[in-house]
Design a protein around this ligand. Structure first.
Ligand code: PGA
Length: 256
């Protein structure tokens, strides 16, 4: 794993955006895998800025979002479709038909997951999969104990994920209990993976991802099996990483 620890929000967004822009320069018809959440907001703002400045072109690109809640109307304020249009898609020259998310509102989520899997099989593989990480080590909505070879599926959200995501809904009771997510197998089939994490609340999950055993309790630990993973971290998320022989907790240093 390549680990980059950045100094501030600006550098976090710039380093992540550089990865996307370099890929699109070399491969204009690249397939991107995209996350939602608080972590990628700065990256998306940076991509909008660079697209407006003519520094990156999304016209031939295809995107697959990692996941979507089950049961929310697509235009619901809490849906990931709404999030993506607000933060990225409306600000870049990506054709609307090239932006894919699971159809969480279809009424038949199992079928929607199967269709999403088939679409990715047709248009993929993903060249660069951008990931966030949950405090419980989830990637996408692959919660602990999801199989390493899982395909797109309907996932039951854990209590810790419902609690974390309640900030977007006001109350825990309003958070959907299910989501459609790409599986760990889909994620691991991506050509390259870039995982983003910020803040102290992610430090334990990041340490377990990088230095822990590969275990179903920490889905992100399966990333250790992938040959091309880059982690972009702020100092707080990197605080529990240490180099071999060092005591943990020195903070702010690259490891791995
Ligand atoms: P966050 O979510 O970016 O809002 O912290 C990440 C995740 O739960 O995967």
């Amino acid at each position: 794993m390549e680990i980059v620890v950045v100094a501030d929000e600006g550098e976090f967004a710039a380093v992540a955006a550089d990865q996307v822009c370099t890929l699109l320069r070399h491969k204009p018809a690249a397939v991107l895998g995209l996350p939602t959440g608080n972590t990628p907001v700065g990256l998306y703002a940076e991509l909008v800025k660079r697209n407006r400045a003519g520094e990156v072109d999304f016209r031939r690109c295809t995107t697959f979002n990692l996941d979507e809640y089950v049961g929310l109307p697509a235009d619901h304020a809490g849906s990931y479709r709404t999030f993506m249009w607000k933060n990225l898609f409306s600000g870049i020259n990506l054709p609307a038909t090239a932006a894919h998310l699971p159809a969480g509102d279809s009424g038949d989520p199992v079928r929607a997951a199967r269709e999403y899997e088939a679409l990715l099989a047709k248009l993929g593989p993903i060249d660069l999969m951008v990931l966030g990480i949950g405090t419980n080590g989830h990637i996408g909505f692959n919660e602990p104990y999801t199989a390493a070879d899982s395909r797109a599926h309907v996932s039951q959200l854990t209590p810790s994920t419902i609690r974390s995501n309640s900030v977007y809904f006001g109350r825990e009771e309003l958070v959907p209990r299910q989501a459609i997510t790409l599986g760990l197998g889909n994620i691991l089939e991506s050509r390259r993976i870039m995982l983003l994490a910020k803040g102290e609340s992610k430090a334990k999950a990041i340490a377990a991802t990088v230095m822990g055993e590969i275990a179903p309790t920490v889905p992100a630990s399966y990333l250790q099996r992938h040959p091309a993973v880059m982690l972009i971290l702020d100092g707080a998320a990197a605080a529990l990483l240490h180099k071999p022989g060092e005591k943990p907790g020195r903070g702010g240093e690259a490891a791995g």
